[in-house]
Design a binder for this molecule. Structure first.
Ligand SMILES: NC(=O)CC[C@H](N)C(=O)O
Length: 267
């Protein structure tokens, strides 16, 4: 298959769908932005796509908790779609960006197979330590061996923009299990070296106080990935905040490689 088709799922309050579709198209995929209600009406629509992407925004106004309502709608009305993309024949990819990661966390697909015996969810996303919305650029390091989207990427400089983005594991055992499986594959970093650190960094390097500096998590297969920062906002070099001061411009913004990795997976 040459060019995968991407389903960019929209809901009331989604606001990053156009940029996300642009990012996938720049990487060589074809995309359609589809409202969640259209998918609920037509169960066979999902069969047109190889990649499911949940973009950023404030679905259903972040009411109750960010991502909770869309995740509940998907669990109740789109269970077949979720199962097809997450499990199925293992031939599809899922990406959740920011609010999309919040939805994937609420659906439980990013922490699947982890200490299922516990009374509470193995992990969640909660309010940033300082209790406010934080919107700026961050350095990221990858432990990307496992995750399809992060292959051959060590460092990225990307914008983050969230209030409920602090990753918290239920306990150290869960954190260790996810880490040892290579699933804590994207971390906030202190610099551009691409070094993964487990001890939480101080603010501002770790913008929200996340356990083990976690900024992104993948499932046990590496095909399902959620991250809080916004790769679709750094596709072109001119989106870098200091681009006019750089002597040499890179060919692309740091985020593009993630979308290219997804497209390559189908080549
Ligand atoms: N940028 C986004 O996707 C919004 C993040 C999210 N709804 C929050 O504030 O936590």
């Amino acid at each position: 298959m040459s060019s995968p088709r991407v389903l960019v799922l929209r809901a009331p309050g989604t606001n990053c769908d156009e940029e996300t579709a642009y990012a996938f198209e720049r990487a060589g995929a074809s995309t359609e932005r589809v409202h969640v209600n259209r998918l609920i009406e037509n169960a066979t629509l999902k069969d047109r796509y190889q990649i499911l992407c949940l973009p950023g925004g404030f679905s259903y106004g972040d009411d109750i908790a960010a991502g909770r309502i869309l995740a509940t709608r998907m669990r109740n009305h789109l269970a077949d779609l979720v199962d097809t993309f997450v499990h199925g024949k293992g031939d599809r990819l899922v990406l959740g960006i920011c609010n999309g990661m919040q939805v994937l966390m609420r659906l439980g697909v990013l922490t699947e197979n982890v200490d299922a015996a516990g009374e509470h969810d193995p992990a969640t996303l909660t309010w940033n330590n300082h209790g406010r919305f934080e919107d700026r650029w961050v350095d990221l390091a990858t432990d990307g061996s496992k995750c399809v989207f992060l292959r051959d990427i060590q460092h990225m400089y990307l914008p983050m923009a969230h209030a409920e983005g602090k990753f918290v594991a239920r306990d150290q055992a869960v954190l260790g299990e996810l880490r040892d499986a290579g699933r804590l594959c994207l971390r906030y970093a202190r610099d551009t070296n691409g070094t993964v650190e487990d001890t939480p960094l101080d603010f501002p390097a770790n913008p929200n106080g996340a356990d083990a500096n976690v900024a992104g998590v993948c499932d046990s297969t590496g095909r399902v990935f959620g991250l809080m920062p916004h790769p679709e906002r750094h596709i072109d070099p001119t989106q870098h905040p200091y681009w006019t001061r750089r002597k040499e411009q890179p060919a692309a913004g740091d985020g593009l490689a993630m979308f290219q990795n997804a497209v390559k997976w189908f080549a």
